[in-house]
Design a protein around this ligand. Structure first.
Ligand code: HEM
Length: 238
């Protein structure tokens, strides 16, 4: 990298631990910036890759805890993971204000590179399936169905809270994708081809794709089960 911006001399214990010198060198220097927006663009992607590493480590730990029946520990980590993804979605507001014309100058330097090639994001997409498998095995071990868990949230609080944490995670993953699609619409539009040659609007359908469809489905069944039991005339109020 030509002339990266470097603060400090790397000599303090803090700089050694954080490895600030190496960190600064991982970024383009001002002479390489396509314009004054590129530092933000590179930083937000680099930061996301680091955060995704933390997210994936948390989800792997959660899977191990679910398998070991340490459901409260898993719930705490899954909730935290959902917050991290929400935080990553919040940070998308910064590039929202890049002028589309200025983004195109940065885009020229990306080749065919796209977020779709993010190793962290692609690894993250594998995690929910493993979590679901561990969760389903746990329900079996406890001889409970997901419907029973939903109909007895106070009697089965650990299983219920775990289920809710997983729905929060699913919600934030969908939310991130929705917000990213809004960003794409603001910066390049939704009726253009991406650098991979697919319509940018293809991103839209992913925003509604649930990783844990069973958890969303059981909420419908819970409403119907309640109505059947306590509102024999049906759920008119809904
Ligand atoms: C600044 C404006 C941005 C534009 C115009 C943009 C555009 C796109 C497009 C068109 C895609 C579809 C894949 C493809 O290229 O064919 C995509 C995917 C993706 N982008 Fe962006 N992006 C932007 C910013 C960001 C930022 C800031 C991040 C992360 C911090 C990011 C992460 C991703 C990821 C992870 C995917 C894959 C999404 C999925 O599979 O659902 N993008 N982006």
């Amino acid at each position: 990298m030509a002339d990266p911006v470097i603060y400090g001399d790397g000599s303090t214990d803090y700089e050694k631990y954080i490895r600030t010198q190496e960190l600064y060198r991982l970024q383009k220097g001002p002479k390489e910036w396509a314009n004054e927006e590129e530092l933000l663009f590179q930083s937000i992607h680099q930061a996301m890759e680091l955060w995704l590493k933390v997210v994936i480590q948390h989800l792997e730990q959660s899977v191990a805890w679910v398998k070991a029946d340490k459901l409260r520990d898993a719930t705490r980590f899954i909730k935290r993971t959902a917050s991290m993804i929400e935080f990553l979605g919040d940070s998308l507001k910064f590039p929202m204000s890049i002028a589309p014309w200025d983004y195109h100058k940065i885009r020229m330097g990306l080749g065919k590179g796209s977020g779709q090639e993010s190793p962290g994001f692609n690894k993250l997409l594998d995690s929910p399936e493993k979590l679901w498998e561990a969760y389903a095995a746990t329900l079996k071990r406890h001889k409970k169905t997901i419907d029973e868990v939903h109909q007895d949230p106070h009697g089965l609080p650990d299983l219920f809270e775990l289920t809710i944490a997983m729905s929060e995670l699913d919600q934030e993953l969908m939310h991130w994708r929705y917000r990213h699609f809004q960003l794409v619409k603001r910066i390049i539009g939704d009726a253009v081809m991406s650098l991979k040659g697919i319509p940018a609007s293809a991103l839209e359908k992913n925003g509604n794709m649930a990783f844990f469809p069973e958890i969303w489905a059981v909420i419908n069944r819970t409403t119907n089960a309640y109505n059947q039991k306590y509102r024999p005339q049906g759920g008119g109020a809904y």
